[in-house]
Ligand binder design. Structure first.
Ligand code: DX5
Ligand code: ZN
Length: 219
């Protein structure tokens, strides 16, 4: 099968030179750029807004995979799309009308994704599988990089893989949090097709990025 898509999370990069970091991961073979947006309300940390995404856009041709950990998310979808987001992922807990939000993302011309917190049930999207382009399974509690992988989420990945198989349409199944070469293997075996990694990509500095990405893909 196809090697997994690798989406480095720039949360673990050097924020004083974000443009350079994005260029470096593209040169090192990254497939997507994962951007973690946090509001200090939905999650206990504050990071990047649409203006930063816009400033980074000219530095890369890779798809920008924007993970919104903000509530509400709806008022900002258009700003992130205009800033250059190609994929936009939202948490069901961030608003009262997940279906409407997903439709809005597609209407803006981006790929629409749903993010599962460790406690979010796979059934949350059972009646809107036709509205999702990708699914993001959190294998940590969102808010910070550098946490360890929750193996309890592997069964959820398997369950979602089963739901996707019935769709007969490609839906990327992405995992985020504590992804290392070892846990990457477990995710892929459970049915993941895309992996987010912060620490495991950016550790060792730019000289190590290509090797780090290769190791996550499985060598
Ligand atoms: C956390 C973010 C993750 C984070 C992953 O809320 O969604 O994308 O950057 O970091 P690592 O790979 O270090 O667990
Ligand atoms: Zn993320």
């Amino acid at each position: 099968s196809r090697p997994p898509i690798i989406a480095p999370s720039i949360l673990a990069s050097d924020f004083s030179k974000l443009g350079e970091e994005v260029r470096a991961i593209e040169a090192a073979g990254a497939d997507w750029v994962h951007v973690d947006v946090m509001d200090g309300h939905f999650v206990p940390n504050i990071t990047i807004g649409p203006d930063v995404v816009k400033a980074l856009r000219p530095h890369s041709k890779l798809p920008f995979d924007v993970h919104l950990m903000i509530a509400p998310a709806d008022p900002y979808l258009e700003a992130f799309r205009q800033a250059g987001a190609d994929l936009i992922s939202i948490h069901p807990e961030a608003g009262p009308h997940l279906n409407r939000s997903l439709k809005q993302i597609r209407k803006l011309g981006a790929k629409a994704g749903v993010v599962f917190n460790p406690s979010t049930l796979p059934e949350t999207i059972e009646w809107m599988m036709d509205e999702v382009d990708h699914i993001l399974v959190m294998s940590i509690n969102p808010g910070f990089g550098g946490q360890s992988f929750m193996t309890s989420q592997l069964r959820k990945i398997e369950r979602l893989r089963g739901m996707i198989e019935k769709e007969r349409r490609p839906i990327e199944l992405e995992v985020d949090g504590g992804v290392t070469p070892e846990t990457a293997r477990l995710c892929v075996d459970a049915g993941a097709t895309a992996l987010v990694a912060g620490t495991a990509v950016f550790r060792g500095g730019p000289a190590a990025y290509a090797d780090n990405i290769r190791a996550l893909r499985g060598g």
